[in-house]
Design a protein around this ligand. Sequence first.
Ligand code: 5GP
Length: 199
Amino acid sequence: MKTKPLFIVMSAPSGCGKSTLIDMLLQEYHDIVYSISCTTRPPRGEEEDGLDYHFKTKERFEELIRENAFIEYAKVHDNYYGTLKAPIEEVLAEGNSMILDIDVQGAAKVRDYVRALPNNDPLKIGYVDIFLLPPDMEELRRRLEGRGTDSQEVIEKRLANAEGEIARAGEYMFKVTNDDLGHAFKRLCDLIDALSGRM
Ligand code: 5GP
């Protein structure tokens, strides 16, 4: 079945299950491609070039900035991170969809970029942004503490960040609450099916 190619931008506070839900979507929809960011930071642990990130030198990254190759980029702790335009355009031109996992600030830059495109641009036609919400702050705290990976200090910082991010949820076209993984996944699938014309 031919479906409308989507350009899906997804944001969520840390601990909302975004990575899990994106993995589930990629398993379910083989025509959705995950956008791999570029970065100048060195690979960590088992990270592979072209899989986790496209690892670039600072010189090459700055060259790409000058060439206007990024839909958005940011400098985080002395390293650049960015999303290339070309892979998104290619995936949509092939009739597939692209999903971007990006924070609220990055999503705002992408939104501005898309807004300035002509109405017939495939990125604009397929654009959709979704914000994943935790059921409430107490549950988010429980989840972050339950992961057992972060110190109390880091957890408090993530919670404070989450409040700031949730305050901007209204900028997104759709909000999906992850109260239960199965339910949230179903809501995302329903949304994607409706927007891409699968039903
Ligand atoms: P890490 O180095 O831990 O993989 O990522 C550090 C930060 O960079 C995270 O907050 C992550 O969201 C952000 N980041 C990763 N990729 C991109 C991107 O393509 N664009 C922007 N603006 N930030 C990114």
